[in-house]
Ligand binder design. Structure first.
Ligand SMILES: O=C(O)c1cc(C(=O)O)c2c(n1)C(=O)C(=O)c1cc(C(=O)O)[nH]c1-2
Ligand SMILES: [Ca+2]
Length: 702
């Protein structure tokens, strides 16, 4: 089929009639990420070879699902760039750079990633980190239209923050796109634009208007009549926006003719501050079903009422047909951050079953009738005022890494993880600031102390797996253990294979029936993106974006190395059975330690720690240790001189590279405190870092 000349929607619905393409984010509207292709299968996958690689011009996290239409691959990359490649050779056909301004990087929580594009009627569509939605001619890469998806008044000055990194989805000629920002301050919404003209069709807010006024949006009636009552009329949400950002999953289901939105966490996280500890806060932590033509509300199911753990429900929404009690049901299956696996009726949202797919300590289970969590009272840290070591933590039992389903095994394969988090109330009430995360947490406590006991205890709790889950029995069939958390998404194939890239820089094929490891390739850098598989000239390829990043190495910093220490070199790589490409040798030393000046002002380092954890840690790493993506500030030349450091942090000398200026949020004295803290950390850790490198040669002393 030539999808460009036929109706694209029909071509996506009948994806299995042209299995060589990968036309939409999850391959089909069901987002099962199952490809029937079977040229590569269990008997020959051991001979899989690198067919080609294409080096990217952004060495940061790569989370994109490339699309493949008629032998052309459309890959979005970090900094919202688009590359069109010949899917058989990796040769660049055209590239488009929307020139996202560098100072925007700190307006989003989690790296300037992009998860992918949409294809429709000869055009490709993708969002940009600064909030645009762009339509390009798929043949030439020429701009067709570009719109700002964020209304000019949405940011309320700088109180709220909006970034776009999720893939748009297209239903019935409408491009639907959401955004992120709930860690800063945001009121979540999605917008639908006409695919041909870019004209705004409708908007749906996921959280009420703070004055319970109409927004002239599709959501007005349900928010005013149903959602507003689930919030306190006062509380920090009225300024911060309440959150509920739709930053990843938006799914159109042609069977029910509904669009499902995966709605995010509360803003601020702290429920006591956000909503005075009152109400369930619709539609945080929910799946909301709306009509594609109008955005009209149809149903919702709230997975995490009273969110206070960053438990987003944005994780990939998948539809399936399952025989439940002897009757075929069309269902949604969902593995959100909160650790429970849900099966819902796709037409009505009725809760059918739910079970924890990873260890959880915040709830003892779900009410079998309603699906409402049965809370552990200790976990309600904003209500009881006590610290809470939560599992899952803020990164969830499953994050953006896409899961897959194989109709041949009946199993859902979840890239699952365990990353605990210590939740602790901000001292002295909620205090917000435009240039940092505004969570209502004590930022002095979000990190792990540099004490061997504390670190060992935390590292022991870091885990990553593929969990093969039986959605009918609601139980695990088997699991594959990984070195640590933050591994890539999964594709399942008709060759009974699962493909997955790992945080440690390996790319694997596993047997879908039992998890046996059948193929491994050293891709050099951590992989967090999901693979795709397609045909070019009749031959099957498997491709994936390589590039370590996203929030895990950004925020956890040095501790993220426990998943496997790699140096980032971002690429697209593709495999075939007869490939003969080879990756060039890799510099695997990373950012080399540089012996710091011995002098620093100990008195300033405590406040420096607090400021660093508040403003810097989310990108440059907990306690001053970077995770292998952004510069490790301990070894930065800029920390050697007060002026040099102020030029970067205060005056924006490196904004073009993604480092915003902070002189409107911090005084010169605060910035100098950070420098003193970094000098201290550099001295404390220099020798340890030298020793940690197998080959210390080449590590400069000065
Ligand atoms: O609440 C939000 O608005 C929001 C946005 C994003 C994002 O846009 O990437 C993430 C999260 N939250 C989040 O909680 C999270 O764990 C996360 C991980 C990542 C990533 O790409 O590594 N993004 C996000
Ligand atoms: Ca979040």
């Amino acid at each position: 089929a030539d999808p460009a000349s036929s109706d694209t929607g029909e071509a996506i619905i009948h994806a299995d009639d042209h299995p060589g393409d990968w036309m939409t984010y999850g391959r089909t509207y069901s987002e099962q990420r199952y490809s029937p292709l079977d040229q590569i299968n269990r008997s020959n996958v051991g001979n899989l070879k690198l067919a080609w690689y294409y080096d990217l011009d952004t060495n940061r996290g790569q989370e994109g699902t490339p699309l493949v239409v008629d032998g052309v691959m459309y890959a979005t990359t970090n900094w919202s760039k688009m590359k069109a490649l010949d899917a058989a050779t990796g040769k660049l056909l055209w590239a488009y750079d929307p020139r996202v301004p560098g100072n925007i990087a700190d307006k989003g929580c989690c790296d300037t990633v992009n998860r992918g594009a949409a294809y429709w009627n000869g055009k490709v569509y993708f969002g940009t980190f600064d909030g645009r939605l762009i339509a390009l001619d798929a043949k030439t890469g020429k701009l067709v239209w570009s719109v700002n998806t964020i209304p000019t008044d949405a940011a309320l000055g700088q109180q709220r923050s909006y970034t776009v990194d999720g893939a748009p989805r297209i239903a019935k000629g409408r491009v639907i796109i959401g955004n992120g920002g709930a860690e800063f301050g945001a009121r979540g919404f999605v917008s639908a634009f006409d695919a041909e003209t870019g004209k705004l069709d409708w908007r749906f807010f996921t959280v009420p208007n703070p004055e319970n006024k109409p927004d002239n949006a599709a959501s007005d009636s349900v928010l005013m009549n149903k959602a507003y009552q689930t919030w306190s009329p006062t509380g920090a949400w009225t300024k911060q926006g309440g959150g509920g950002t739709v930053w990843d999953s938006i799914v159109y289901d042609p069977v029910t003719d509904l669009v499902y939105l995966g709605v995010g966490n509360g803003s601020p996280w702290n429920y006591k501050f956000r909503s005075e500890g009152k109400g369930d806060n619709f539609f945080l932590g929910s799946i909301v079903a709306i009509k594609p033509e109008t955005g009209e509300y149809v149903w919702h199911f709230q997975e995490t009422p009273m969110d206070q753990w960053d438990y987003t429900s944005v994780q990939q929404i998948m539809t399936l047909d399952l025989p439940i009690n002897g009757q075929m049901r069309h269902v949604i299956v969902h593995a959100p951050k909160n650790g429970f696996f849900y099966v819902l009726d796709a037409k009505t949202g009725e809760f059918l079953s739910g079970k924890n797919y990873v260890y959880v300590n915040w709830a003892s289970g779900l009410d079998p009738k309603t699906g409402r969590p049965i809370y552990n009272p200790e976990a309600l840290w904003t209500l009881n005022g006590k610290d809470w070591y939560g599992i899952p933590g803020d990164l969830g039992g499953h994050n953006f890494a896409a899961m897959a389903f194989s109709p041949r095994t009946g199993l859902v394969y979840i890239p699952a993880q365990q990353v605990p988090f210590l939740y602790s109330n901000q001292v002295g009430g909620f205090k917000a600031h435009p240039d940092s995360w505004n969570l209502g947490l004590d930022m002095n406590k979000v990190g792990i102390l540099d004490k061997q006991d504390a670190k060992n205890a935390f590292i022991k709790d870091l885990k990553g797996w593929i969990i093969a889950w039986d959605p009918l029995k609601q139980q695990e069939a088997f699991r594959v253990d990984h070195k640590g958390p933050w591994n890539g998404g999964i594709v399942a194939t008709g060759g009974d294979l699962l493909f997955q890239g790992l945080a440690n820089g390996e790319f694997h094929a596993y047997d879908a029936t039992n998890g046996n490891d059948l193929f491994s390739f050293a891709a050099q850098s951590g992989i967090i993106a999901p693979p795709v598989t397609y045909l070019a000239n009749g031959k099957q390829y498997v491709a994936v974006e390589v590039g370590w990043g996203g929030i895990y190495p950004f925020f956890l910093g040095g501790l993220a190395r426990t998943s496997g220490w790699t140096v980032n070199h971002s690429r697209v790589i593709a495999f075939s059975l007869d490939g003969n490409a080879k990756l060039p040798p890799q510099n695997d030393k990373g950012f080399l330690p540089v012996k710091p000046p011995a002098e620093f002002d100990q008195k300033r380092t405590d406040n420096g720690y607090f400021e660093f954890q508040t403003y810097c840690a989310a990108c440059h790493g907990d306690n001053g240790e970077a995770g292998g993506v952004l510069p490790d500030l301990r070894w930065s030349g800029a920390i050697r001189h007060q002026d040099a450091f102020y030029n970067v942090v205060g005056r924006g000398a490196l904004t073009a590279y993604g480092m915003d200026r902070f002189d409107s949020s911090m005084s010169p004295a605060q910035i100098e405190d950070i420098r003193q803290f970094l000098l201290k950390r550099a001295n404390e850790t220099y020798q340890r870092e030298v020793d940690a490198r197998k080959n210390a040669e080449g590590i400069p002393a000065q």
